[in-house]
Write a protein that binds this ligand. Sequence first.
Ligand SMILES: [Zn+2]
Length: 373
Amino acid sequence: MINRQRLVDEFISLVKIDSLSRQERKMADALLKKLRDMGYEPYEDDAGTKIGGNAGNVVCHIKGEKDKPALLLMAHMDTVVPGISKNPIIDGDIIKTDGTTILGGDDFAGIAVILETVRSLKEDGTPFGDLYIAFTVCEEGGLYGARNLDLSKIPADFAFIFDEGGPIGQIAVKAPYYNRFEVIFHGRAAHAGVEPEKGLSAIMLASKAISDMPYFGRIDEESTSNIGIINGGGARNIVTENCRIEGEVRSISEEKINRYTDAILNHLKTVTESLGGSVQINLERMYPGFNISETDEIIGLLKDASNASGIPLKLEATGGGSDTNIINGAGIPAVNVSVGMENVHSKNEFIRISNLEKACHFLTAIIKAAYKR
Ligand SMILES: [Zn+2]
């Protein structure tokens, strides 16, 4: 049985732990202990050393019955700022903070739901297939924990990441590919008052190139782009030599993100060169997207869980990235399941206890549905 009080106590105990990105040491230790106390043999991988953090991903294999689908259950251990000395307050059905920090329901809610569900399955003697738990580091910083997770040790058939908001039953089945780019516009420095004709302003180059840039903002229903940072120049009386911008392109479609990104960067280059300047372009695919179709087996499994639990499914596209992108990119079908977190990344973040509990029932139904396959 899902134990509401135990679930709340666990969530509160997690919220009280400071666990910013790359500083998840205390959280990793607490989770290793919790899993050992439950009788399992968790391990911590070397992701921390690779990414300059003080803790690695916490992974645990819970042996189940053979010949049943194996499931990977994931949540991330890090939070955004301000996330130090969080003071959780229970107010009826709601858990919030004193308003000076985030709550960390993103993503301690996912961790608490996974732990409580696994505990209750064991107590009830419910049969299940192999389960793998992965609590990742540095998701908020750019999915770095998941990127360094050794999936050769996690032979899962399906993955469920518990890192979404919305009503329980809301599942992200589509998310965009993500490109980030940096463009440095190079002009020529000169004294702005004495001989400006010898100079070529990088600020002018950047502004002309950006002003009629194709594909800015909402491009189509599944694609967006943005320039979020611009800086350059050193003094008012110097014709600016360099100006730097940072931007992004997202699309559910891989073909489109490639096409739009090429068009944007080509435009910036062509305009700048036509004005006598030059550009240096750095482009990085931060993570792949995913697009699970209605006919995929993981959706069938979710429908079974929905029918058994009476929790309606709401399949959605999300505009953000999560560990789900990395796991799908590695070839394991993965979806991002809501645990009911609200107003995340803000001091007004809260979560309903009834939703935490419902998320445990939904996960229980998923595990049971997988066992029946
Ligand atoms: Zn999250």
